[in-house]
Design a protein around this ligand. Structure first.
Ligand code: EPZ
Length: 431
């Protein structure tokens, strides 16, 4: 298996380009099943999650081609309605095939995705939404079975205990666009990735009003058509690069991102006193002397602070003088990065859904273990600010959501190498 060797190498400097958003590309790929015409998606990031999604789409019968890097062409003429456990378990976001299969075939049998280290990943709201569209939904032997022969539009409230649901909203929208009648979704997710999905569906001929708001009104149509669409920029990748620049006191311009996609994150960095130059399609982080100021953060659905940037902020606040309280309202136990940051010298205490981060710490390189996608990024950030070498194992987590991460960081002066675990000093091997 691969490992990363990260060596603290001083401030990062230069320009870095943001890629297409993983969390937009996955539902966009699923949406291509809603028409038998060819849909072309551009600016799709090259990630293992994308390759898993393509594998499942081919399994249900779609013809999926990759004529050039970043471009995927899907033609879904004949589809079957079953997405099997052995494929779905590899990537839980494949649950967003449920909506298109229901919308297109009026039936679906999709394995219930497992949980993951950041917490249980229920889909009760997805199923509630389909029931509200007059579908008959049952769960049997780990599969969701949907009979949508009598599906029709109707009112759907999609709020749950943590607020809105991103892929739940995606699923209900993708079922409703081909459902007779009108569907009104209340407490819909407003994430930019959901907006991108709705924009693709409208390009395909769907009728959706209220895009970007918590209330979506969908008027069903008989058929959707092929088109070409470019995936929006990845705001979480952009935020990760910005945090990398900040933690190393670097001078880095993150290009290809609209700042409004990062509202709450940039607001917190401004509160912390990070000098930045914000333009309409790039953000430049500037060097600073002394320390940033501590901040209190609560993760919330968009436009609140994104849970996917929580771990990165933990690492940044660990080197910041003062006490920061970071509360996780979306996935209360999404703190797997904390014990590993502690191994590197961070002073963080977990109190219920909050991390109490006392800084500044002086990170020192250590062998650490990646546990999930965003935790892996936080460990790399800490490694770049640390004295000495940090060996990060299980970096397959990172490859799920960051394209060419080590190359992009090395391009701005980061000392990070992808090696085989055989090259890791024996004394550093995890038990
Ligand atoms: C999406 O996951 C993202 N993944 C996640 O990014 C992101 O953290 C999450 O949204 C929140 O922003 C993709 O888009 C592929 P949710 P999703 O349904 O849709 C609860 C990353 O690192 N809930 O919005 O699965 C749920 O338990 C990943 O890129 C229910 O209770 O998240 C959570 O507490 C990690 N019932 C909250 O809602 C449901 O039926 C938000 O979940 C569905 C969700």
């Amino acid at each position: 298996m691969d490992v990363f060797r990260v060596t603290g190498n001083g401030p990062l400097n230069g320009e870095i380009e943001v890629g297409g958003a993983k969390n937009a590309a996955l539902p966009l790929l699923a949406a291509t099943l809603l028409t038998e015409e060819t849909v072309t998606l551009r600016n799709v990031p090259d990630l293992s999650d994308i390759r898993f999604m393509v594998e499942i789409m081919r399994h249900v019968g779609a013809v999926v081609e990759n004529p050039e890097p970043g471009t995927w062409q899907v033609t879904a003429k004949q589809l079957t309605h079953i997405a099997p456990y052995e494929l779905v378990r590899k990537m839980r976001a494949s649950v967003c095939l449920l909506g298109p299969l229901v919308g297109r075939l009026r039936k679906a049998e999709v394995s219930i995705p497992g949980g993951c280290v950041i917490g249980p990943r229920p889909i009760d709201l997805h199923l509630k939404g389909l029931s509200k569209l007059n579908c008959s939904v049952s769960v049997d032997r780990g599969y969701v079975n949907v009979d949508a022969s009598k599906m029709e539009g109707g009112p759907v409230f999609l709020g749950g205990r943590s607020g809105s649901t991103v892929t739940g909203t995606a699923n209900i929208v993708m079922a409703a666009v081909l459902a007779p009648g009108t569907t009104r979704i209340e407490c819909a997710a407003c994430e930019p990735e959901v907006v991108d999905l709705c924009n693709l569906l409208v390009q395909m001929g769907a009728k959706i009003a209220g895009i970007g708001s918590p209330e979506l009104t969908i008027t069903g149509v008989d058929k959707l058509f092929g088109c070409t669409h470019s995936v929006i920029a990845d705001r979480i990748e952009a935020g990760t690069f910005i945090a990398a620049a900040a933690i190393t006191r670097g001078d880095v311009t993150v290009k290809g991102i609209a700042p409004n996609l990062l509202g709450a994150f940039l607001d917190k960095l401004e509160e912390a006193g990070l000098p930045m130059e914000v333009r309409d399609d790039q953000i430049r982080v500037l060097p600073y002397l002394g320390s940033l100021k501590p901040v209190d953060i609560i993760t919330l659905p968009y436009p609140g602070f994104p849970t996917d940037l929580q771990a990165q902020m933990c690492a940044l606040m660990a080197v910041t003088e003062g006490i920061s309280i970071i509360t996780e309202r979306i996935y209360p136990n999404r703190f797997m990065h904390v014990p590993e940051l502690q191994r590197m010298g961070a002073d963080i205490a977990i109190e219920g859904p909050s991390a109490i981060v006392k800084g500044p710490c002086k990170f020192s390189g250590a062998p650490v273990m990646a546990s999930d996608l965003r935790a892996s990024a936080a460990l790399i950030l800490a490694g770049m600010a640390a004295k000495g070498e940090t060996w990060i194992q299980r970096i397959y987590h990172l490859d799920r959501g960051y394209e060419r991460f080590e190359h992009k960081l090395a391009g701005i002066g980061g000392k990070i190498e992808r090696l085989s675990d055989k090259e890791m000093p024996k004394e550093l091997w995890a038990e």
